[in-house]
Design a protein around this ligand. Structure first.
Ligand code: ADP
Ligand code: GLC
Length: 467
């Protein structure tokens, strides 16, 4: 697996959760996975072993020296060390600005992943994730097309989010020594730019995305980000496989990051978690008798921030409380700071990235709000089900696939009115205590563990190998 993130070492979002958990699930099915990620500045190498120094990687005349480290995991987790490229504060950029050499960074990363497969771990499948690994299929189809090492090796490209495409000036292709013939509409050309995600979409043997509904949606202009045509052209080779959840990390029965454990049989610990959360966010004691709604999110347009902006003041009129954790675009960070100031004791906000707090919100809130504009899969709503924190979601992508009328509240139209309607319905249902408890428990008893999804990937790998 070639990925720019893997939990717990490198995480900004759900991609990390997926790549952190899927390998063990595959291993327990008898597959033999390994993962390659960059070694970012935040990854401490003290616990890792230097296992290989690949020959220098040349992009044209420019030389890059890498070292491969292996992190202590139950499966091989390889870290590509190249300090000039990855030993920085961010993964992709800093203070909202992308690093100007990202095309080089993720080209060297792709080449290093190919080197891992040549010298350390003879893979049959490259399972590539998102644009940061899009050059793996592209190099395999061009630079290495006759290299015996990769003969018969298959590629699967998984799209976790079509909104992030890795677009660079067309000169990037020469910088990374790719065959100029890939610059064509059915290759990596995209409206005059070089598109790394199209490296995957055009050149991988098979495509997948992270929910069945999103697999259909991305083939339409509304959700396609300009790539719907390229995806429709490969409709027969595009599969939607719903993400699973790692219940070793995300279950109130075992979670060591929350103040008390609980289960569908004994919910008393959830009240302890709520009390703790109410205190932690400085909400008044009255909040204990009213719905506390939680948000943990990247603050981007994708996550429905515009709807929240429009609806926030009317949401709190319904005598509910809101706690939010997130970071992202300055405009939305500012908005959250502002509503917290406007509604003290009603809305409380933490700007930042804090895994422990994300767990405490999942456990302590009554409802979890995800009004996403689009959502390839979404993991938080599935975590919420397990924590008995009833999801209020927009019916799109994976949100639509995972939340049912009996386990949560859905709205269809992308409008503040529709969001308010769903919040109102949830708030009313919260008043009818017994029914609410049943909704919670139904969600808690559902099983979104990796077992089924890993089996689907494993079957797809086998199909690709003709086995
Ligand atoms: P996406 O990958 O689009 O951000 P997902 O719902 O798939 O959305 O996954 C988000 C993951 O990132 C979850 O594990 C969530 O808890 C975590 N997360 C998002 N924002 C934060 C934050 N500010 N602090 C801690 N964890 C966060
Ligand atoms: C992306 C998507 C999210 C999905 C995650 C993991 O970040 O935005 O919906 O759950 O990838 O696949």
């Amino acid at each position: 697996m070639v990925s720019s993130e893997a939990a717990p070492l490198a995480k900004t979002g759900g991609l990390a959760d997926v790549v952190g958990a899927l390998p063990s699930a595959l291993a327990s099915l008898g597959d033999d996975p390994a993962v390659v990620i960059p070694r970012y500045g935040s990854i401490d190498l003290k616990r890792a072993r230097r296992v290989f120094d690949p020959p220098p990687i040349y992009l044209g005349p420019v030389r890059f020296d890498t070292a491969i480290y292996q992190a202590p995991e139950t499966f091989p987790l390889y870290l590509v060390d190249c300090p000039p490229l990855y030993d920085r504060k961010g993964f992709y950029g800093e203070t909202g600005v992308d690093y100007p050499d990202n095309h080089i960074r993720f080209a060297v990363f792709a080449r290093a992943a190919l080197a891992v497969a040549r010298y350390l771990f003879r893979t049959e499948i490259f399972h590539c994730h998102d644009w940061q690994s899009g050059l793996v299929p592209a190099y395999l189809r061009t630079t290495f097309s006759t290299d015996p090492t990769y003969l018969g090796v298959r590629t699967l490209f998984t799209i976790h989010n079509l909104g992030y495409q890795g677009l660079f000036p067309k000169t990037a292709l020469a910088d990374v020594a790719l065959d100029p013939r890939v610059y064509r509409p059915d290759g990596m050309e995209f409206f005059g730019h070089a598109s790394y995600i199209k490296g995957g979409i055009a050149f991988a043997d098979w495509l997948s995305t992270v929910s069945p509904t999103y697999a259909r949606e991305i083939q339409t202009p509304e959700f396609g980000f300009g790539l719907d045509g390229a995806l429709r052209a490969r409709a027969g080779e595009l599969t939607g496989i719903l993400n699973g959840v790692d219940y070793r990390e995300w279950s109130p029965e075992v979670d060591s990051l929350i103040p008390a454990r609980y289960s569908p049989e004994d919910l008393s610990g959830k009240r302890v978690c709520k009390e703790h959360l109410v205190r932690e966010f400085g909400l008044p004691a009255e909040a204990m008798d009213r719905p506390v709604m939680g948000i943990v999110s990247r603050f981007t347009r994708q996550k429905g921030m515009d709807l929240l902006k429009e609806a926030a003041s009317r949401i709190v009129e319904q005598d509910v409380y809101l706690v939010a954790l997130g970071s992202g675009e300055p405009e939305y960070e500012e908005f959250f700071r502002q509503i917290a100031a406007d509604f003290p004791g009603r809305i409380a906000v933490r700007i930042g990235f804090d895994n422990g707090l994300a767990h405490r919100i999942e456990a302590g809130a009554d409802m979890f709000v995800m009004p996403s504009q689009y959502e390839p899969c979404g993991l938080n709503q599935i975590y919420s089900l397990k924590y008995g924190t009833v999801p209020v979601v927009r019916a799109t992508g994976g949100l639509d696939d995972t939340i049912e009328e009996r386990t949560g509240f859905k709205f269809k139209e992308y409008s503040a009115e529709a969001l308010l309607g769903a919040v109102q319905a949830a708030t009313e249902a919260y008043g009818g205590r017994e029914g609410w408890r049943e909704t919670m428990v139904r969600g808690m008893r559902q099983d979104f563990s990796w077992k089924a999804s890993a089996a689907a990937y494993s079957a797809l790998y086998r199909q690709l190998l003709g086995a």
